[in-house]
Write a protein of this length. Structure first.
Length: 307
């Protein structure tokens, strides 16, 4: 009797462990990739932030928290931080609000022209970032540029867009938003098309039209898509602006178009201040991660997971 009861128990235990470990085996390739290319570099950057190293000498000098102390007491850092927030603000306008608005307008023009508008609005995303930046460099030319030509036709004064500290950051931010707007536009359009028609029809029967329909029906049902678009807009704001900054302004004039990501690159690979650049990277990761968590918690309150 004990032998007959032991075999099923052994088989059951084997099947249990097989079922318990099988999902992790499927996840193993992704976990290895994340560990090798994401988490291990983060650990290395954190370690380097406690050293002073010039990228050439074989060993660095341990300085503890000195890199963070000098960074947080540098007035220039807070100026760059403010400019970083401006880049994120421009990204939210150009890669979040504008794509969602254009997606809503696209659904109002009818199916006959929908494909045309999708193609036109997604075209900038298919253009290489460097090519797009060079195109905008011609548009921004102080003499003979398309934008200043239009201003002169309208009788307005010409602007030196890329060489004026008051306009350089906005000009670069517009290029980054224009380049990557198309992807979020298609995501927003797909989310709007996924809104259940029966819910919209029921709301219209109850008399909801215009802003009430948008505010109380469409936006709550679209909230998961809005969350994704908003988070990607924030997290990709600095990487999207890197190439336009490098090609158009190199952070100038007078560092007026700089941001944290470009400062990390310049301090680490141009000035060879690896420890300071690593400290800047750690602070940037904490700030962006905190902003993403904060935004997720705010938008998550409106998410409807039951549908």
């Amino acid at each position: 009797m004990s032998g007959k009861s032991f075999v099923p128990e052994r088989t059951s235990r084997k099947e249990y462990w097989k079922g318990a470990t099988q999902p992790y085996l499927y996840l193993l390739p992704a976990l290895l990739f994340l560990g090798l290319f994401i988490y291990w570099p983060l650990v290395q950057v954190t370690i380097l932030s406690f050293f002073r190293w010039n990228l050439i000498s074989p060993n660095g000098t341990f300085v503890g928290l000195d890199n963070f102390a000098s960074l947080l007491t540098d007035p220039k850092f807070f100026g760059v931080l403010l400019q970083t927030l401006l880049y994120i603000f421009i990204a939210l306008l150009g890669n979040f609000l504008l794509p969602v608005g254009l997606a809503m307008l696209t659904l109002q023009v009818g199916r006959r022209y929908t494909d045309l508008y999708q193609s036109l609005l997604f075209t900038p995303t298919m253009v290489a970032v460097s090519v797009g930046a060079l195109l905008w460099q011609w548009i921004y030319l102080p003499t003979g540029g398309l934008l200043n030509t239009l201003l002169s036709v309208l009788g307005l004064p010409e602007v030196n867009w890329l060489n004026d500290p008051d306009t350089a950051l906005g000009a670069v931010g517009v290029v980054a938003a224009w380049q990557f707007m198309g992807f979020n536009y298609l995501i927003s359009l797909a989310g709007l098309r996924a809104v259940p028609r029966e819910d919209l029809e029921a709301a219209r029967i109850d008399g909801a039209t215009g802003w009430p329909l948008l505010r109380w029906v469409i936006i709550p049902l679209l909230m998961p898509t809005l969350l994704f678009v908003a988070l990607t807009s924030i997290l990709q704001a600095l990487p999207n602006a890197f190439v336009p900054i490098e090609i158009l302004t190199r952070g100038g004039p007078s560092d007026s178009s700089d941001n944290l990501l470009y400062t990390i690159y310049r301090d680490g690979f141009q000035f060879f201040q690896v420890g300071e650049a690593s400290a800047e990277a750690v602070v940037t990761i904490l700030l962006l991660g905190g902003a993403a968590i904060w935004q997720f918690r705010i938008l998550d309150r409106s998410l409807n997971y039951e549908r």
